[in-house]
Write a protein that binds this ligand. Sequence first.
Ligand code: GRG
Length: 291
Amino acid sequence: MIDTVLKDYQTKLNSRFDIILSESGQLYDEVLRACNYAVLNGGKRIRPILLLEFYKLLGGTDDCAYNFACALEMIHSYSLVHDDLPCMDNDDFRRGKPSCHKAFGESTALLCGDALLTEAFATAAKTKGVSPELVVRALSHLASSAGVCGMVGGQVIDLSLSQEDDDGVLFEMYRLKTAALLKTACACGAILAGADDDVISVAEEFGEKLGIAFQIIDDILDCRGDSKILGKPVGSDQKNNKDTIVVRLGVEYCRELAKKYTDEAYAALQKLDGDISNLKDLAAFLLERNY
Ligand code: GRG
């Protein structure tokens, strides 16, 4: 059931990306090709789907939020392109294909990330059918979640993490590097739908708990996953001598921990009225995922 829901969203989002990326024709050819490569490559589209589900749940008219949802996915795609660079995680594969810098070279990959980040805001700003005040509020939430107090800040912690740091630092890194984008996905859906502040806070709480569970599962997959299904080599954390919660506490404990965070995310959802079944199923899918 959730598979069909995900597929329907993925198809609609991919057709919207075809339009958005062809409209960005002012970008130089090679960078534009790299952007297409980075965005249209089989990603799960979890973040835009969360945004669209919250938007719909809270009374929004589904199609109006698509530009904003695509913008969020463009920011996620940029972060993966930069994260794979030799100066970051130095990963040669992503989703079963050479990573962007392997296919296009490092300087084009760097510019592709820059272009996706910038074009994302241009795309979100084109949101129609929602009041401009709500669009600006959502843009502001998105910008702070992606910036130094969010995803970029998390990457800074990641790069400087050492074994002397306690588990609290590791969780702060998860909260910022990964959970911040999932949290803003849920919050932006709620904001664009015109939800009240207390409902937006519930969306944030759900997104943050889900995001931390998501990163724990990601770390488990890095050591226990199947590289064919994952589309990238497993053991990259070990190769990079990277400290993760799985390295510290072990796979079995971390599975329980991811379940605990997912249960807390469910508990937040229960505070909302309306049909939360897709969001519940999505959280369950993310906990059980193998890619
Ligand atoms: C400014 C140099 C510079 C960097 C930007 C690189 C960066 C900051 C942040 C990295 C954030 C990052 C890559 C977090 C990992 C989050 C994560 C687990 C991503 C995988 O998400 P999925 O599984 O990917 O949703 P798909 O492939 O489905 O899209």
